[in-house]
Design a protein around this ligand. Structure first.
Ligand SMILES: NC(=O)c1ccc[n+]([C@@H]2O[C@H](COP(=O)([O-])OP(=O)(O)OC[C@H]3O[C@@H](n4cnc5c(N)ncnc54)[C@H](OP(=O)(O)O)[C@@H]3O)[C@@H](O)[C@H]2O)c1
Length: 382
């Protein structure tokens, strides 16, 4: 039985992971659960799964927990290492840059990291790579696209990949023009056509920043140049991504959209879990369509490519600016087109710094946030 720690257990990915654990009874022992401030939900999970450890972001949340006697409670900066120390597999389902310490702790401790938190890989690039090499841990992607690529790449000999094709649903605003999108509401942007996800990644899907972050994630995970990583819009979200081989053959991985499938793939690899999620009813499937992304209306996609190609702290800066911009949109300080505007303005101020240490990243994250906040203030005042 593998010992499983779930960071971000109260979120969309975290709760679906617990459904997978329930479905394959006896395969995983939940040894640690963690969240930021959802004390009630985390307490209910702890009562049910009886992990030896729970982690929360601050002491006020810790004081509000109602966990079984004897459960150790870790708080703040000590949580990532504490969770990694008791687990064989750590699922990082935290949202945003806050996930970076969990990624680093799992890899440094030599664990399997089932990675949903793409922001840590985007921002942390070289540092994450170093932690993986030095600690001896491994990353299994949970993002459905990268789980698909991981499966397709397993079918090809080294050196035979000519292109990765990341599929994108296109989000709720696919087909709309910039002029149409000036006044879309928060509710419209949160209404994703094919996936039911947490708010941040749902807004990222509406701007195609999610796909941009995934392009950088694919570059980091599979060590391939940005020139061979393409994006194709596939509104049905059934083909989760594809790999083209040098002989022209294309391998695809397919299922109905259901995150429990890639979660289970990452947790169980190399075995397959014997519970099927997202099974396709071929009698009901009428069409799979593909189209080019609209890079002008959804400018975030190319902002991410540019940051990825720049390297250094540019992806961390981009990610920080985007987190500020998405937060500002969700709190109705800026309109939807303002998200790309905020990120573009922040990237214009990127200082070209290298990402050699955690301090470099923390500085880039803070500076990216400051630059973005200034544009949010300007747009909000206009
Ligand atoms: N949802 C999907 O279908 C999906 C698909 C692909 C990839 N992803 C990626 O998976 C990650 C999680 O997404 P989600 O949709 O599950 O997000 P979510 O529903 O918003 O959940 C986020 C989780 O992270 C926790 N958290 C936030 N800040 C934290 C901190 N500082 N320390 C510890 N825990 C913290 C939250 O705890 P509280 O409840 O206490 O706030 C919650 O458990 C994101 O990186 C996203 O891009 C998600």
């Amino acid at each position: 039985m593998a010992r499983l720690a779930i960071a971000g257990s109260t979120g969309s990915i975290g709760t679906q992971a617990l459904e997978v654990v329930d479905a394959v009874d006896g395969r995983f022992e939940v040894v640690a659960l963690g969240a930021a401030r959802s004390a009630d939900e985390l307490s209910a999970q702890a009562q049910r799964y009886r992990p030896g450890l729970v982690g929360v972001a601050d002491s006020a949340t810790a004081a509000a927990l109602d966990v079984p006697a004897g459960t150790e409670v870790a708080v703040g900066d000590e949580v990532p290492e504490a969770m990694a120390s008791v687990a064989d597999v750590m699922l990082n389902a935290v949202v945003g840059y806050a996930g970076l310490p969990f990624t680093l702790a799992a890899l440094t401790a030599g664990r399997r990291l089932a990675l949903a938190n793409k922001e840590s890989l985007v921002a942390g690039g070289d540092l994450v790579r170093r932690a993986r090499i030095e600690g001896g841990g491994e990353i299994l992607p949970v993002d459905s696209e990268h789980a698909a690529l991981h499966q397709c790449l397993a079918g090809l000999p080294a050196g035979s990949v000519s292109r990765l094709l990341l599929t994108a649903s296109g989000g709720p605003f696919r087909g709309r023009q910039a002029a149409d999108l000036a006044s879309v509401t928060r509710a419209e942007a949160l209404n994703h056509p094919t996936w039911d996800m947490g708010p941040k990644v749902t807004i990222d899907s509406s701007t195609l920043m999610n796909k941009g972050l995934e392009v950088i994630e694919a570059h980091e995970l599979f060590d391939l140049d940005f020139d061979v990583i393409d994006v194709v819009v596939h509104p049905q979200s059934i083909v989760h991504s594809m790999v083209e081989s040098i002989d022209g053959s294309v391998l695809a991985q397919m299922s109905m959209p259901d995150m429990r499938l890639p979660i289970g793939y990452a947790l169980g690899h190399p075995q397959r879990l014997d519970v099927a999620y997202g099974r396709i009813d071929w009698s009901a499937l009428s069409a799979l369509t593909f189209e080019e992304p609209d890079r002008e209306t959804f400018a975030c996609l190319d902002l991410a490519y540019a940051a990825g190609r720049s390297g250094g702290t540019a992806p961390a800066w981009l990610n920080a600016a985007n987190e500020v911009a998405v937060g500002a949109f969700l709190t109705e300080q800026i309109m939807w087109p303002g998200i790309a505007e905020v990120v573009a303005a922040a990237m214009d101020q990127w200082d070209g710094a290298k990402a050699d240490s955690l301090d470099d990243l923390a500085e880039a994250d803070a500076a990216g946030r400051r630059a973005a906040s200034a544009t949010v203030d300007r747009l909000g005042a206009a």
